[in-house]
Write a protein of this length. Structure first.
Length: 642
């Protein structure tokens, strides 16, 4: 490490921790200010913060690897997260969620199912899910940042603790970065998280631009075209991926055949199936939900979500594309000669930075990737404890304590979540394995119940509870057998399940969860009418709500049916194309495929114009809906008073 690079990193860490602690005084009043910033933060700052939180180093390392190996069509691999949920949130879910005016996702559940036994059961299960998901993501970040830092930094920080256990250098680096990030996150809550994430986003954008410019100027068009096969640039959909690497790079074809994505048509079908249901289910109870609830009103919630899409993908893929171009030119020959594995793909990012990025840019890039890690990590550390404190401790154990007391409990909860996440990270096999578990298994247990809660009036709290619980049980079972796959006898059922890629298990997990939803719903009475009417009046979703509307009309309520399903789905389809074009533009720019880049830019402009009329203008005129809703609320309050 050059002294200039080391200085840049030190200054960045000092600034981030200093700003986080300095601004933390604003978060010392109550839980609302600590977890939601008092609902007084500008929507564009929340959008920058949200985008920064999604710009994580583990995900970036994974995306570099799949773009390197599979080429431009790798943008479709992103759908298994699924990244579409940002489009669905932007188009209609942000408005629905923000109208609740509460603090956490599980507290929101009470507005849907009520505060009786069934409602509390659903409230409890989603709070538990939120905590488990936060711990899982912290483990994911722990694995990624440690692996990344050991390749970049020259110092060996391994520590021998006992004769049989050594704290590796990767673990020590990860612990140090997590410790520094946890300090300002615990102390400052949402204010510190947003302030530091805005700074971190700006650093990451600068890094993306510098790396893209450097790789563009360093590598000639001729040199690049001699390495990249024509098929690398194609986004054509095929049922079965064919290896397109030739000559010295043909070893990469073996990796394509063994990574679990070979049956591309089936894989894409699974991601489409999962993507639709997971996107309508809405954001998981994590930092994304917290950003929506932190906005000042539903209009700003939609603006914030749209802005997140706009500012995230182009700078992120300028960085990813620039790194991949350098990797294709400088380290692809060595990788092809080695016995390459999926884990080696995750190391492409730090190897390129370490060996092929000049002094100064290297320090900024490392600071930017540290920023990516710290911003995402701090977002989860802020979101997870909200469920422990507000939805468990305050609601069930100590409902009348002071705001300062709850903030102290929040500090303790944050520390506990971090500790559990780190412990889980010690046992993570690789970034890819924990990514697949989170996206395919854990989310599989979440999707069915949260899809039904929007669209079906009869779905009740017990249905939600048993649907979530059955999904979590199956997801946990899948995780256990995956970690013990070496113990199973070949050609047995458990052996086949253990060696099946997690994405293909999603329909099974979804099916179990959906069955639990139906059984729990039909074996228990429906949610109380007053709760259903209040929810429908306030949120006004589309779906199967006719009995609730009929009840309201019988009582003389000026209720109307939400007829926006068709336009919302149209906007989502256009939005997915819009989002995809923002990924492909920087990729094609950096590999010098100007024809496809021009097509991608044209698609981006056309879809932007369409969304201006079909989405932005509707959101801008949302006041008319709000006015009508306020009249309905006045009517509802008058009925309660009578």
């Amino acid at each position: 490490m050059n002294i200039l690079d080391t200085t840049i990193i030190a200054v960045y860490i000092f600034l981030t921790v200093g700003i986080g602690i300095w601004i933390s005084k604003k978060a010392s009043t109550n839980l609302d200010s600590y977890f939601l910033g008092g609902k007084n933060i500008k929507w564009y700052f929340l959008g920058l913060s949200n985008g920064s939180g999604m710009f994580d180093v583990s995900g970036t390392a994974w995306m570099v690897g799949i773009l390197f190996l599979y080429g431009a069509k790798s943008f479709m691999f992103m759908w298994m997260w699924p990244i579409w949920n940002q489009i669905f949130i932007m188009m209609f879910l942000a408005v629905w969620i923000r109208r609740s005016n509460i603090m956490t996702g599980s507290e929101w559940i009470l507005t849907r199912f009520g505060d009786d036994k069934a409602g509390r059961a659903s409230h409890l299960i989603v709070a538990i899910f939120a905590v488990i998901a936060s711990i899982g993501f912290i483990a994911y970040f722990f694995e990624g940042v440690g692996k990344f830092m050991t390749v970049i930094l020259p110092w060996d920080l391994s520590i021998v603790l006992t004769e049989n256990w050594e704290l590796t250098s990767a673990h020590t680096y990860a612990l140090l970065i997590i410790f520094l990030t946890t300090i300002y996150t615990i102390k400052g809550g949402m204010y510190s998280v947003v302030a530091t994430e805005v700074l971190q986003y700006l650093i990451m954008v600068l890094c993306g631009l510098l790396v893209a410019i450097y790789s563009y100027l360093l590598v000639s068009d001729t040199h690049l075209s001699s390495i990249i096969p024509d098929e690398w640039n194609s986004i054509g959909i095929e049922w079965k991926l064919q290896g397109f690497w030739q000559g010295d790079y043909s070893e990469f074809n073996h990796l394509i055949n063994t990574q679990g994505y070979k049956m591309f048509g089936a894989f894409l079908g699974m991601t489409l199936f999962k993507g639709f249901f997971a996107s309508i289910a809405g954001p998981t109870p994590s930092y994304d939900m917290q950003r929506i609830l932190s906005t000042r009103n539903e209009k700003e919630a939609a603006y914030m979500s749209g802005f997140t899409n706009l500012i995230l993908f182009i700078p992120r893929y300028l960085l990813i594309g620039g790194i991949v171009v350098l990797a294709l030119v400088f380290i692809a020959p060595e990788l092809a000669k080695s016995n390459i594995s999926g884990n080696d793909l995750e190391l492409i990012l730090p190897q390129v930075i370490n060996l092929h990025v000049p002094v100064g840019i290297k320090g900024l890039l490392l600071a930017g990737l540290l920023a990516a890690f710290m911003s995402t990590f701090s977002a989860f550390v802020n979101a997870g404890p909200a469920y422990i404190v507000n939805d468990l401790y305050k609601k069930y154990f100590n409902p009348k304590a002071s705001g300062r007391h709850y903030i102290k409990v929040s500090h303790l909860s944050s520390a506990i979540i971090v500790i559990f996440g780190v412990v889980m990270g010690f046992f993570a096999e690789s970034i890819n394995s924990i990514t697949l578990w989170i996206t395919s298994a854990l989310y599989g247990g979440y999707v069915a119940a949260n899809f039904l809660k929007w669209i079906w009036w009869r779905f009740n709290g017990w249905g939600y509870f048993w649907g979530m619980l059955s999904g979590l049980i199956i997801a946990s079972f899948q995780f256990i057998i995956d970690k013990n796959k070496a113990l199973f006898v070949p050609d047995t059922f458990l052996f086949e399940i253990a060696h099946m890629p997690a994405i293909y298990l999603f329909p099974i997990i979804f099916g179990f969860s959906f069955t639990g939803c139906l059984i729990g719903t039909y074996l228990s009475p429906s949610t109380k009418w007053q709760t259903l009417k209040s929810f429908y009046i306030n949120v006004r979703p589309w779906g199967f709500w006719k009995p609730v509307r009929d009840r309201l009309r019988e009582e003389g309520s000026p209720v109307y049916k939400n007829t926006s399903f068709e336009i919302d789905m149209f906007n989502c389809a256009i939005g997915i194309i819009w989002q995809s074009s923002m990924i492909l533009i920087p990729i094609y720019l950096l590999v010098r495929d100007y024809e496809r880049m021009g097509i991608s830019i044209t698609i981006f402009l056309v879809t932007s114009v369409i969304l201006k009329f079909t989405w932005f203008d509707r959101i801008r005129n949302l006041k008319e809906i709000n006015t009508e809703n306020s009249n309905v609320k006045k009517y509802s309050l008058a009925r309660k008073a009578s």
